[in-house]
Design a protein around this ligand. Sequence first.
Ligand code: NAD
Length: 288
Amino acid sequence: MESIDKPICIITDSHVGALYKFSFPTLCFPAGERNKARAIKEQLEDALFEKGFGRDLCLIALGGGVTTDLVGFIAATFCRGVELINIPTSLMGMIDAAIGGKNGVNSPFGKNMIGTLYHPAKLVINPQFLETLPEKEWQNGQGEVLKYALLTGDDLMQMEPQALIRACIETKLRMIGDGVRDLLNFGHTVAHAIEKVSEYSIPHGEAVMLGCKVEAALTGIAVDEVQGEIPYCPSELLTAMNYDKKGAKKFVALREVGTPYRELKTYPDDHIIKTLEETICAPSTHRT
Ligand SMILES: NC(=O)c1ccc[n+]([C@@H]2O[C@H](COP(=O)([O-])OP(=O)(O)OC[C@H]3O[C@@H](n4cnc5c(N)ncnc54)[C@H](O)[C@@H]3O)[C@@H](O)[C@H]2O)c1
């Protein structure tokens, strides 16, 4: 990487931070989705001031999607905006979270409800980081892979990591360039409700997989490769869908695999509840 003529600070989470020795000032926050939060942002900002950083800072986000979302938001607002370099280390980060400039934190009202659009000056993708990624985190990344596959009809699931990362990034950038970035939210209305209701015990990638299954089923498309049930009742999930950046209970919808509708759709509550019952909600949670 070319040299950077600015004070540098790396921000990473406790899992990734433990894997490396750093020769630049580094701040570490506790790993996990629950820490993608306003309180952690504030603590990190105060720590940056205590270390004497200011407007000329270059912030490096090193980690998964939680880190790139949180640090991207800090970079956008610290001293009204400082240079940002994204170095994603999870599959989720490399194929989605670190691309496209969206950042943010969760609030008690819902997922990613506070944030900005702020592009990194540089993005460094090195698949070697994946060598230490736990298998379950690789599987989590597959949630967004499934989203891309259903939106495009491309056969992505069996690809080698390097080709997969390239294909997903190209798809995301193409959709942003075509002005249809909101379609990348396919599966996410339900996914964000699952994350919120489970208090983030169900990770984003797994929630997106389940969300893709439900949102495809809303227009009659079966995604049989996604199995599994969750112990949350459909009406609770429906209520959680009221707090969504797209607006309450709005969905990206598929006409067929590879062909999403351009406009967001709404459905009657009964149809959503019935679809949740038929796809992912355990029988014990169903209406009697
Ligand atoms: N901004 C966007 O456009 C966008 C897109 C998709 C997802 N996201 C966000 O991304 C987040 C999920 O990302 P994630 O799944 O990467 O979660 P994460 O950042 O929590 O990472 C998952 C786990 O893997 C660990 N990890 C990451 N890289 C590692 C490595 N190389 N070796 C060992 N451990 C490693 C992390 O410490 C963490 O424990 C969610 O908050 C989601 O909302 C944002």
